[in-house]
Design a protein around this ligand. Sequence first.
Ligand SMILES: *Cc1c(COP(=O)(O)O)cnc(C)c1O
Length: 404
Amino acid sequence: MTYSSPTAHAPSRAAPTRTGRGSAVAEAVVDLGAIADNTELIAGATDAAVMAVVKADAFGHGMLPVARTALAHGASWLGVATTAEALALRDAGITAPLLSWLHGPDEDFRPAILADVELSVSSIGQLAGIAECAAELGATATVHLKVDTGLSRSGAAGADWPALVHSARRLEREGLVRVRAVWSHLISADEPGSGRTATQLHRFDDAVALAREAGLDPELRHLANSAAALDEPRTHYELVRPGIGLYGVEPVAGRTFGLRAALTLRARPVLVKRVPAGTGVSYGHDYATATDSNLALVPLGYADGVPRLASGCAEVRIRGRRHPVAGRVAMDQFVVDLGAHTADTQDEVVLIGPEREGGPAVTEWAEWARTLPHEIFTGIGSRVPRRYVDRRGADLPHGEEYLA
Ligand SMILES: *Cc1c(COP(=O)(O)O)cnc(C)c1O
């Protein structure tokens, strides 16, 4: 393994890279042991079943390895946004129950129905489209009716809910759909004790009651994301839907549940050079060296998910020490001011790393870029190879072996 050990000379078997000679100049290393532990921790916090949310390539961590690991460690469901994501999971041989919840207006639901992908429904029009596809196939589509309890994204508005549940009951009688669940999504689960959650719970229970009055018999109710799964037992019902917590980010302000970061983002400097005091760095010369300095050039830029907004405040770790990102982050690269310290091209520049080793944590990047850890993770670009390891750092070449 050549990447992290500068003394090794064996050629790396990692993905082909921009150097063309074996070892990656940048990579995201995903510790599937942390995904396993986090899934177990969340599953242990509830009596409900766990749906691992693996949308957006598992928040940038790699959908298939994360899905397999979560299913082997306490999750029994998978959740994704699009049917394309769901079908990719089925194509990889994953047979667990699977919900997809964001559909195009003219979506062809037939491939999803054939693949036993369960479909969220927010409107009568959507339900009719799904029923039509089921009829063409001679199949029954399994649906989760979504009620908008206040977030005002998807889900049927309160006024439209009675008509939706009656329509669903009619289609159930015709054998075209089966309503397996009623569900919704929280507004402020990350703020403990928020009155909004209480209001949403009331609306949700009322919506379930209306569905039952219409003759539906939903086997599942689900509402909780990571924060609620860890902190709000009254939101759990039969199923919880954690995303960010699986990836090791503590989801509730001011609380620590013991989740462990799974992703390390690192690179090697491609050039280190000495410059005199007062040297302007990167576009626009927003930054100038205060002293004679060593500058390290890092081959990751905003196209790889390093936020340009973090220019001027971000730090990275090299040889155990934090150094500032100097000047503007560019599309493919940025510069680090090492001051009097030095580095060489075999060193490791840690952009996101374990906090016990000195980070930086993804939450720091989120602050530097005035965003959420979710956006930092999902921004890590396709140019950055993902590598999967177990708890001890041993390679899992295809991310498939970590089922123990
Ligand atoms: C993304 C998403 C989740 C996961 O939320 P986290 O806050 O990341 O745990 C759950 N449910 C739905 C509908 C989502 O879109």
